[in-house]
Ligand binder design. Structure first.
Ligand code: PEP
Ligand code: MN
Length: 301
């Protein structure tokens, strides 16, 4: 496989990525990302940031949602991007959100701290190339049926365009058993850590699909050497607009992070929580224009 930038080779053995001042991944500090599947309202995100502050290193929340049905809620979109960046500025906690197109990257890159490329887009090569030109680190999720080699080559696409800040995320692959939503492939985590110099994190939420399975899988991820976890949690999990069945409560998320501590230490790691710092924020002209176009379309409809 010609993954000259992703594979370890003879040079660099580990890549440390700075997400925000004091928040890194790939070094001793574990990256803990928590938040809802979907950004739903300001009240929801304020509560998420208030409770998770001090426990997580970054907040997640989808604003452009890849839904199986076109009739399902598609996310708060531009308004959600603005909300996420405000929440990040107010709380001092970095944020990550999924992008599905080049225009999403244009809107999100200036105002969020990390971009996420989801499973369904792992082999959207034009999107990968665009993410390679973005300024922010990219969390690249493994495709639902992607081999380890295909996953590595997808990361190579991003790096080959100049963005070397790629974080690989194992989130479960499809198999024959529908008891769990997907099968969490921790073997891939170990293999990717051995093969590549990039940070590797684990999303046990989309793998399990059931909240009661999430905590132990998260602990197992840390135990096998992952550089962090990304976990879905919500102020009222049962009422999440998407992926309700797998969402933890915010209190359970805080408890889980405490339980990670001894396992992290056993692996020579520490839990990185965000060190809130005031951030500069101004709505970019791209985001403003995009919001205006959207408002015009809504009022014309
Ligand atoms: C998500 O993180 O909300 C998501 C849609 O994940 P995935 O791409 O892994 O399904
Ligand atoms: Mn989800």
């Amino acid at each position: 496989m010609d993954a000259r930038l992703v594979l370890k080779g003879t040079g660099k053995q580990t890549t440390v990525i700075e997400i925000a001042p004091g928040v890194t991944v790939g070094d001793k500090q574990l990256l803990i990302v928590g938040g809802p599947c979907t950004v739903e309202s300001r009240e929801q995100m304020e509560e998420v940031s208030r409770v998770l502050r001090g426990s997580v290193s970054a907040l997640r929340g989808g604003v452009f949602k890849p839904r199986t049905s076109p009739y399902a809620f598609q996310g708060m979109r531009e308004e959600g991007v603005k909300l996420l960046s405000e929440i990040s500025r107010e709380s001092g906690i970095p944020v990550v959100t999924e992008v599905m197109s080049e225009s999403h990257i244009e809107i999100c890159d200036p105002v969020v701290d990390m971009l996420q490329i989801g499973s369904r887009n792992m082999q959207n090569f034009e999107l990968l190339k665009a993410a390679g030109k973005a300024k922010k680190p990219v969390i690249l999720k493994r495709g639902l049926a992607a081999t380890i080699e295909e996953f590595i080559m997808a990361a190579e696409y991003i790096m080959s365009e100049g963005n070397h800040n790629v974080i690989l995320c194992e989130r479960g692959i499809r198999s024959f058993d529908s008891f769990t939503r997907n099968v969490l492939d921790l073997g891939a985590v170990v293999a990717l850590k051995q093969l590549t110099h990039l940070p590797v994190i684990v999303d046990p939420s989309h793998a399990a699909g059931k909240r009661e399975l999430v905590p132990d899988l998260a602990l197992a991820a840390i135990a096998c050497g992952a550089d962090g976890v990304m976990i879905e949690c919500h102020p009222v999990p049962e009422e999440s607009v998407s992926d309700a069945r797998q969402a933890l409560s915010l209190q359970d998320m805080v408890e889980l992070v405490k339980r990670m501590q001894p396992i992290a230490e056993a692996r020579g790691r520490s839990i990185g929580s965000s060190k809130p710092a005031p951030k500069e924020f101004s709505i970019t002209s791209t985001l403003a224009a995009s919001m205006a176009t959207r408002e015009a379309k809504v009022s014309a409809a």
